[in-house]
Design a protein around this ligand. Structure first.
Ligand code: SIN
Length: 339
């Protein structure tokens, strides 16, 4: 369909006031009819999580700064796409922004496996320091050749183990089945304590736990709370053994299709929304941890330094298996962020 051109309504030069008024009217109705460009942002978590809140902030900022021109539609809770298809949908331009956990990019790059190495970062400040470093920023470009553009890192927090028994020592996990995100490193992490890892999408975890098809899982406080995993797991071990953060990504095709001035405004809005999400992530996880404790549905177990060290000793050998794929230089840079 060819674009509507109101000036074609007049084949002769405009002469009378009536003609000018008619043209102005036609132009006004044209601008009313023009649809804003829709940016779809799909994610798998609830709205009351760091990622859910960040997505809503992004929508508010874009629609405030580009009113009538761009509209952001946010689809939480795997409503539009889930773990198994969101990146493929991005490359098909069926969705324009997604923010999968860093554990879910394995098919597109092996470099991001770094973030799954158990006991790599001592806390979220170290994670943030690494992500903002030169080595961390370089990883945002690690999927460019596959058409995936990294726009920024977004925090959730540190992961905890949960099960229907207290997990105090690695031997307590032995023989049990744990759900993991689609990551070979996470599978190896559980194999290191003689447990079985089952790769399943986030949307299936609650039912798998509820029906006891699996024994346990690992996640952040905000995900354990917002998806009610604590209602179907009797114990949560405060292990802080790994990080669950995100990369906000778009497709090269969509990103390049945006006019330069609009892309700049959208990127600024995204940076601000990410800064907002990162600011609330720590508090959100602390609050949700407390809500879980207060609920008395699940017992939160703290580890002694000796118990924690036993998990470190059992799981850290996993690093060596993935060193070649990730790159020793990148691992060293991440370790240095703990200083
Ligand atoms: C998410 O936080 O996006 C989901 C994490 C998971 O799959 O466990």
């Amino acid at each position: 369909m060819s674009a509507f051109n109101p000036s074609k309504l007049f084949t002769q030069p405009l002469k009378t006031l009536a003609q000018v008024t008619a043209l102005a009217g036609a132009l006004a109705s044209f601008s009313v009819l023009a649809e804003p460009v829709e940016i779809k942002f799909s994610h798998v978590v609830a709205e009351n999580t760091p990622k859910g809140q960040m997505a809503l902030k992004f929508k508010a900022l874009v629609e405030e700064r580009l009113p009538g021109e761009y509209q952001v539609s946010v689809f939480p809770n795997s409503q539009l796409f889930g773990d198994n298809n969101e990146l493929a949908a991005l490359l098909l331009n069926d969705v324009q922004l997604v923010a999968p956990s860093l554990s879910k990019f394995e098919r597109y790059t092996k470099k991001l496996q770094l973030f799954d190495l158990p006991f790599l970062f001592k806390d979220m400040a170290a994670v943030d320091k690494f992500q903002q470093s030169e080595a961390g920023q370089k990883l945002l470009n690690s999927m460019k050749r596959k058409g995936v553009v990294g726009l920024g890192y977004l925090h959730n927090g540190m992961k905890q183990f949960s099960a229907n028994e207290p997990l105090l020592l690695p031997k307590d996990a032995s023989g049990k089945k744990f759900r993991v995100m689609a990551s070979d490193v996470l599978a190896a992490q559980f194999a290191a304590v003689d447990a079985t890892a089952v790769k399943k999408p986030f949307s299936e975890v609650f039912t798998l736990l509820q029906t006891r098809a699996i024994d346990g899982q690992e996640n952040t406080w905000s995900n354990i709370y917002s998806k009610k995993f604590f209602e179907v797991q009797s114990h949560i071990t405060e292990s802080n053994h790994g990080v669950l953060d995100y990369m906000v990504v778009t497709s090269n095709t969509f990103w390049k299709s945006l006019p330069g001035d609009k892309r700049k405004i959208i990127k600024e809005a995204l940076d601000e929304a990410i800064a907002y999400g990162n600011k609330i992530a720590g508090d959100k996880n602390d609050q949700d941890r407390q809500l879980i404790i207060d609920s008395k549905r699940s017992l939160v177990v703290e580890l002694t330094p000796e118990q924690r060290q036993a998990w470190v000793d059992a799981m850290k050998p996993v690093w060596a298996k993935f060193e070649d794929q990730i790159g020793k230089d990148v691992i060293d840079a991440a370790v240095a962020a703990n200083q």
